[in-house]
Structure formats: C-alpha cells, structure tokens
Design a binder for this molecule. Structure first.
Ligand SMILES: NC(=O)c1ccc[n+]([C@@H]2O[C@H](COP(=O)([O-])OP(=O)(O)OC[C@H]3O[C@@H](n4cnc5c(N)ncnc54)[C@H](O)[C@@H]3O)[C@@H](O)[C@H]2O)c1
Ligand SMILES: O=C(O)C(=O)C[C@@H](O)[C@H](O)[C@H](O)COP(=O)(O)O
Ligand SMILES: [Zn+2]
Length: 364
C-alpha cells in the first residue's frame, strides 16, 4: 500500500492506494477516531453498488458499524439537483444525524454528488472518498464537490474535504475500457502541469499502463495524487495556483455541456489540453508543446480533435461562464513548457475561435 498525505491547515488526510484495501476499512476509520456509534451511509451508483457495495459494507458491518447503502442511476446526468434531493430524502428517512458520515463509493460523479450532499446535509457532515475509476484519483482528492446545472457544468458546489481517501485498485479490473482511457486524461494533466519527469515516465511506460499492469497503475495514481495534494496544500480554495488543475477544462467543460455529456469528462479535457497547447503556441506562452501534447494523449488513445454541430460562438459563450472567467472575460490555463503552466486572463475570442477551427477534424 502507498499512502500520500494532503497537508492542510485544519489537519489534512491520508490517501491510501493499493490492492485489497476494503478489508482494512474498519482500521482506517478507527484511525480517524470514529467509533462504531457513527452511522455510515455508503452512496454508490447503479453500476458500482452491485459490484462493490457488499465488499465495503460487510467488513464495516462485521466491525460493529451501523452501515447502510443507497444507490442512484449511473451517469453524469445524476450530478443534478433532483438526484441530490432524492439522496437527501434517503438520508433523512434513514435517520442519518449530524453524528453520521457518508462514504462515496464510485467514480467522480459519485464523489462530487455524495460529497456535495455531505457538504450540505445538516450544514455539513464528514465523508470518505472510495474512488473506483482511474479518473477519480483526481476527483476524490482536494475537496471540490458539486453538481451540474442545465446552463453549465459544476455550477453549484462547495469545498468540503474528505476525512480519508481509500483507492482499492482491484476495482479497476471491472472498469469499462472507455472509462480507463478517460481517466488517463487527468493522469496526463497532472504530469503536464507540474512534473515533466512524470510525463516522460508516462510516455515510456504507456504499454504497461494501458494494460493496467498493477504496479505501474498504482505508481501513476500515486504520482497523480501527489501533484494534486501538493497543489491543494498550497491553495486549497483556488485563490490562484489551484486553477492550474483546470488545465484543459475551459474548453473541456464547454464540450461536455454542449454535447449533453456525450463526451466523457476525460475525453473532453483531452481535447481541451490540445486546444490549450495550440493556444499557448499562438499566444507565445510556450513553444513546441502542441506536438508533444498530442503524442502523449494519443499514447493513451485519447481524442485530440472533435466534431459536432456546435458553432464556435456557442462554445465560447459557455467558456465565458467558466468559474475562472471574471467579468465574462475568457480565462485559460496555458502551457509554459512540459510540466509548467500559466494562468492567462483576457484571451481574445478570435484566437480561441481559430483554435476551435483547428481542433475540428484535427487540422495541424
Ligand atoms: N471534484 C473534482 O476535483 C473532480 C476532478 C475530476 C473530475 N471530476 C468529475 O468527475 C466526473 C467524472 O468522473 P468519472 O469519469 O469517474 O465518471 P463516473 O463516476 O460516471 O464513472 C464512469 C462510469 O464507470 C462506472 N464505474 C465506476 N467505477 C467502476 C468500476 N470499478 N467498475 C465498473 N464500472 C465502474 C460508473 O458507473 C460510470 O458508468 C465528472 O463529473 C467530473 O466533472 C471532479
Ligand atoms: O481540483 C481542481 O481544482 C480541479 O480543477 C480538478 C478538475 O479536474 C475537476 O474537473 C474539477 O471538478 C473542475 O472544477 P471546476 O471548479 O472547474 O468546476
Ligand atoms: Zn477534471
């Protein structure tokens, strides 16, 4: 097992990564100082609950915890106020009080949704992240929780840090290939924004990683989590630096929302990172990053271009609603080199449209 700590002024928390970790959940929870009188509510989606619900519930039940499991329909559309409302009802009916805690078992949708429920239920109760997708090495760390609105992605949310993250890598065995690929986008992102040696390592070992070789995958998750933990420790509430974790997301979130979430998050972020690399070269924040960006993303079978009936204007309108955009100006995280980025405000619409045009159909 590998453990990474997220160091925060109010104490921080560990991220445990490894195989067969659910049997150790009672010990990890005891280490938090939570005794068996704390009711636990496991929240999982309709794909994950039948696969891993019992594996989480059983050891906790045997250790004497009062633990229940609730589910919701899998998919990005469940990151919504209506699902939040239904889960709130389940918690109230189950008698969950302020002494209770939520365990978010699943991918980023579950983590964001159940985390937001934990942030707002009775004005906030503790929660634990149990990520089951590769992508969720990112979403389970850092405390950004929230839901979507019909007018934009992640429009309602909070910063609410988990008390503990337990990534049992055995769960990745059942993950559909498309979701594995999507998850690599955030792994690559962590390398491209912060750690050029990590990027080189990812390219050198993409064959083993694509095969989900357990040692390499655990290493990739740990290195990605380390980048995230370092950045969050320096700027928990995104006053500045933390925005670098949004690399590829200005375009990515716009593509996700406009496609009604036909694009998976990682796919959209991948296209967004190619867009950011093109933009960086045009605005001269970086040289020679576009080709490398495409190469590393293609090594993990990620998309580097898009097609769709949406106009550049529609996409730009969504980008102006991005949370980094102040006063409606366009804000992007742009590369400075490999492993280094810069936050750029007031990017002109014309140059963004040029990039969108080049991203359509993959014109060089
Ligand atoms: N809070 C953050 O910091 C942060 C960071 C990155 C992404 N996100 C959010 O995360 C979401 C995407 O997360 P995701 O890609 O994990 O999506 P997801 O949670 O929808 O999971 C993808 C699919 O895989 C299924 N699944 C999950 N684990 C499985 C397993 N082990 N075996 C079989 N099937 C499994 C799910 O049921 C779902 O159908 C987006 O909403 C994105 O905005 C949040
Ligand atoms: O943790 C962060 O900060 C991130 O930006 C991580 C992103 O990968 C993630 O998609 C996040 O949910 C985006 O947040 P938002 O504030 O742009 O909605
Ligand atoms: Zn993301």
């Amino acid at each position: 097992m590998r453990t990474i700590y997220v160091q925060l002024p109010q104490g921080g928390y560990p991220i445990h990564i490894g195989s067969g970790l659910y049997s150790q959940l009672p010990n990890f929870i005891h280490d938090l100082g939570w005794d068996e009188h704390r009711p636990l509510m496991v929240i999982a989606d309709s794909h994950v609950a039948p696969l891993y619900g019992e594996k989480v519930v059983q050891p906790l039940d045997e250790a004497g915890y009062q633990v229940s499991l609730v589910t919701f329909p899998a998919g990005e559309h469940s990151k919504s106020s209506s699902t939040l409302e239904k889960l709130t009802e389940e918690c109230i009916r189950a008698g969950l009080d302020r002494n209770g805690a939520i365990l978010a078992l699943g991918g980023g949708v579950t983590g964001d949704l159940a985390g937001f429920l934990a942030a707002s239920y009775m004005r906030g109760i503790p929660f634990i992240q149990l990520p089951t997708t590769l992508l969720a090495h990112d979403s389970s760390v850092g405390g950004k929780v929230g839901i979507n609105h019909s007018l934009g992605k992640n429009m309602l949310g909070a910063f609410h840090q988990p008390s503990l993250v337990v990534f049992d890598t055995d769960t990745l065995i059942t993950l559909p290939r498309r979701e594995v690929v999507s998850g690599f986008a955030e792994v690559v992102k962590h390398a491209l924004i912060y750690d050029d040696s990590f990027a080189k390592w990812l390219l050198d070992h993409h064959v083993q990683l694509n095969d989900l070789h357990s040692e390499y995958i655990a290493e990739a998750i740990a290195r990605g989590c380390q980048v995230k933990a370092d950045v969050v420790a320096l700027d928990e509430r995104e006053h500045g630096l933390r925005a670098i974790l949004n690399y590829g997301h200005t375009m990515g979130h716009a593509l996700e929302a406009i496609s009604d979430y036909t694009y998976a998050h990682g796919e959209a972020v991948s296209i967004g990172m190619v867009g950011a690399s093109l933009l960086g070269e045009k605005l001269r924040t970086a040289r020679n990053v576009h080709h490398y960006t495409k190469e590393i993303l293609a090594a993990f079978s990620l998309p580097t271009s898009f097609s769709g009936p949406w106009s550049n204007k529609q996409l730009v309108e969504l980008m102006r609603r991005d949370k980094k955009a102040l006063g409606g100006s366009l804000t992007f995280v742009l590369p400075k080199g490999i492993g280094e980025v810069v936050i750029q405000h007031d990017v002109q619409e014309e140059v963004v449209s040029e990039v969108l045009q080049e991203l359509r159909g993959g014109v060089e």
